[in-house]
Ligand binder design. Structure first.
Ligand code: AMP
Ligand code: GLY
Length: 418
């Protein structure tokens, strides 16, 4: 088979890495990819939002399966365009991707289907949003309705912060994405990421994973795209897992199908494990980054088989096989990230990683034959071990091996689970 992966981050590198192990696969292309992905795939200089060009490329190259990494093209309808051209593609349709593309759509669907989530109200004008806030003294969460590159959520600890968030959103900070907002109750607990393959009817969850969103040790400082992840999550018990499948994933997929938008692809449920049971913080319509990096190192099954079964509505026939133990990924970021950061710093040590450690590239490029930094998140150093402690020791040994000027990372990935 010829496979095309759309995207350029650590998640896409991990997908390319896993797909390259399938005996079914002959050639892999990645659009646009990065310098690490280029070792396993032919990188094609087409941006993920250039849907027409991607369709043309897939048609002319005889691509048998396209896998879409990031949310923006999914929400813009890339899957519909590929299907119209009779090209097999892994990901939800534009209508189904609204689970991530519109927080109001997702919240209203959950309310209707009885899926546990934070209490909320939605607003399309600033005045009523501000008036509503006045009624709640405690911490509140303000969310822009549309896609905002992971920056559209403000957890406000007091009324002034909440009001500021509402004002900046209606002032157009996120363009149209912020002209409608959700104001919701603040939930307390541990966060867990549950990714599940969905073929429109059947839900097949991957192992539970946990991201580390804040830049600083002990979950402090500003939010990032994710500074590290591990899987599985020991406190995600089989009892919690059962509740998540029966009360969250299955009712959501059923409600989507009944409303006429069957969900096919991977559904990412960001959950808070509260004292009242698991509740949904958000849905994403794609694989998580960096959760995908440890998950792909743990997955034993052929990913291409699973993706084909997803597209063909045959997930009921699939059982996921996993390697025993745990996996962990530590993100190496550029100085300044998540604010403005440095670029173009030479990276050393990638050729001397301990065996079994993978460096999934997120933001790298080649400059005159030298690997250099090219993004906020640069690499995700990922390893598998017989347990979480062993996986972390291996991943951190890799972290020590690789260097670039301004390298920053968290030393406490996975600590909550140890
Ligand atoms: P999101 O971009 O939707 O993933 O939200 C970013 C982060 O905000 C989440 O990972 C949570 O840590 C936090 N968050 C979102 N909604 C809530 C909520 N209702 N209560 C507490 N924290 C939340
Ligand atoms: N790890 C967070 C995300 O992929 O949205």
């Amino acid at each position: 088979m010829r496979i095309l992966i759309v995207g350029s981050g650590g998640r896409e590198h991990a997908l390319v890495w896993k797909i390259s192990q399938s005996p079914k696969v002959k050639e892999i292309y990645c659009a646009p990819g990065n310098a690490g992905i280029a070792k396993l795939a032919t990188c094609v200089p087409i941006e993920p939002d250039n849907i027409n060009e991607l369709v043309n490329f897939a048609r002319h190259t005889g691509i048998d399966l396209t896998v879409v990494g990031p949310e923006a093209p999914l929400v813009a309808g890339i899957v519909d365009a590929f299907k119209e051209a009779n090209l097999p593609v892994f990901g939800p349709s534009k209508a189904a991707a609204r689970l991530e593309g519109s927080k109001i759509f997702a919240k209203d669907l959950m309310r209707k289907a009885g899926v546990p989530t934070a209490d909320y109200a939605t607003f399309d004008d600033e005045e009523s949003a501000l008036a509503y806030l006045g009624k709640y003294p405690g911490p509140m969460v303000i969310k822009a309705d549309g896609l905002a590159a992971g920056k559209g959520v403000v957890v406000a600890s007091n009324l002034d912060e909440a009001k500021d968030a509402v004002k900046t959103m209606f002032a157009g900070k996120f363009g149209n994405a912020g002209h409608k907002v959700v104001i919701e109750e603040f939930l307390k607990g541990q966060e867990v990421s549950i990714l599940a393959f969905c073929d429109g009817k059947t839900v097949l969850p991957l192992l539970p994973s946990q991201d580390h969103k804040r830049v600083g040790e002990g979950d402090t400082g500003p939010n990032t795209g994710g500074m590290g992840a591990y899987a599985p999550v020991p406190f995600y018990t089989s009892e919690v897992s059962k509740q998540v499948v029966e009360k969250i994933l299955e009712p959501t997929i059923k409600a989507m199908a009944e409303a006429g938008y069957p969900y096919q692809g991977v559904l990412y449920a960001g959950l808070m494990l509260t004292s009242d049971g698991p509740k949904v913080l958000e849905f994403n319509c794609r694989f998580g980054d960096p959760e995908t990096q440890p998950l792909m190192m743990l997955l034993k099954s052929d990913l291409v088989d699973i993706m084909e079964a997803t597209i063909n509505g045959q997930l009921a026939e699939i059982e996921l096989e996993w390697y025993p133990g745990s996996a962990a990924g530590v993100v190496l970021a550029s100085a300044g990230y998540p604010g403005s950061y440095t670029k173009g710093e030479p990276i050393s040590g990638l050729d001397s990683l301990p065996s079994g450690v993978e460096a999934f590239h997120a933001g790298t490029s080649l400059k005159k034959g030298q690997m250099v930094t090219a993004g906020g998140r640069v690499l995700c150093i990922t390893a598998r071990g017989e347990n979480l402690k062993a996986a972390l020791e291996k991943a951190y040994a890799g972290v020590e091996t690789v260097d670039f000027k301004g390298k920053q990372y968290r030393t406490d990935i996975g600590h909550k689970a140890l």
